[in-house]
Design a protein around this ligand. Structure first.
Ligand SMILES: Nc1ncnc2c1ncn2[C@@H]1O[C@H](COP(=O)(O)OP(=O)(O)OP(=O)(O)O)[C@@H](O)[C@H]1O
Ligand SMILES: [Mg+2]
Length: 157
């Protein structure tokens, strides 16, 4: 009986969603942020909650551009999906079909970076982890990377 109650409690109804697909160009980093922010605004987030979501989206999209497709001459595509549920949770999925990550655990460690230009600090995943409630990374070398994260928006009193 307890188990059934738990399952019922976890069921969420999706209230709105958006899908977008755009070339992995740095100009589209702000575009992706604005798309997700516009959707999340429908849940009436605080300024801080909105800033957290925008930052996490920027980090994930920048990773697709810089690392996923970094050395490719032809521009790859980034798929973005965002939705929210009736429990005030925003879910965001950011996907590239770039080079993928060999060791996800290692890649997610603070200060770990494969960038040797000195421009990157290896803090992108740590920022995503601390700003969002849940994060999951799926990646296959040669096939691409998908980052899924969720954030619960506090309900206004
Ligand atoms: N979409 C991706 N495709 C391929 N590799 C990735 C992708 N995202 C992350 N990585 C790998 O994971 C490492 C860690 O990513 P993270 O965002 O934490 O740091 P960074 O991008 O190197 O630096 P920063 O985000 O601080 O500028 C990257 O250096 C890269 O090797
Ligand atoms: Mg990064």
């Amino acid at each position: 009986m307890k188990k059934i109650t738990k399952i019922i409690k976890q069921k969420r109804v999706m209230l709105n969603q958006i899908k977008a697909s755009f070339p992995a160009k740095s100009v589209n980093e702000s575009l992706s942020r604005m798309i997700v922010a516009s959707l999340a605004c429908q849940l009436d987030p605080t300024i801080d909650e909105l800033a957290d979501i925008k930052t996490a989206v920027s980090e994930a999209v920048t990773n697709c551009i810089v690392h996923g497709y970094g050395n490719n001459k032809s521009v790859g595509m980034i798929n973005l999906y965002a939705c929210y549920y009736d429990n005030n949770t925003v879910k965001i999925i950011i996907k590239d079909k770039g080079k993928g990550i060999e060791d996800i655990k290692k890649a997610m460690l603070p200060l770990y970076t494969t960038d040797d230009s000195g421009e990157r600090s290896g803090m992108g995943f740590s920022i995503m982890q601390s700003f969002m409630d849940k994060i999951r990374v799926i990646s296959n070398p040669g096939k691409g990377t998908t980052v899924i994260f969720e954030k619960k928006i506090t309900k206004p009193e």
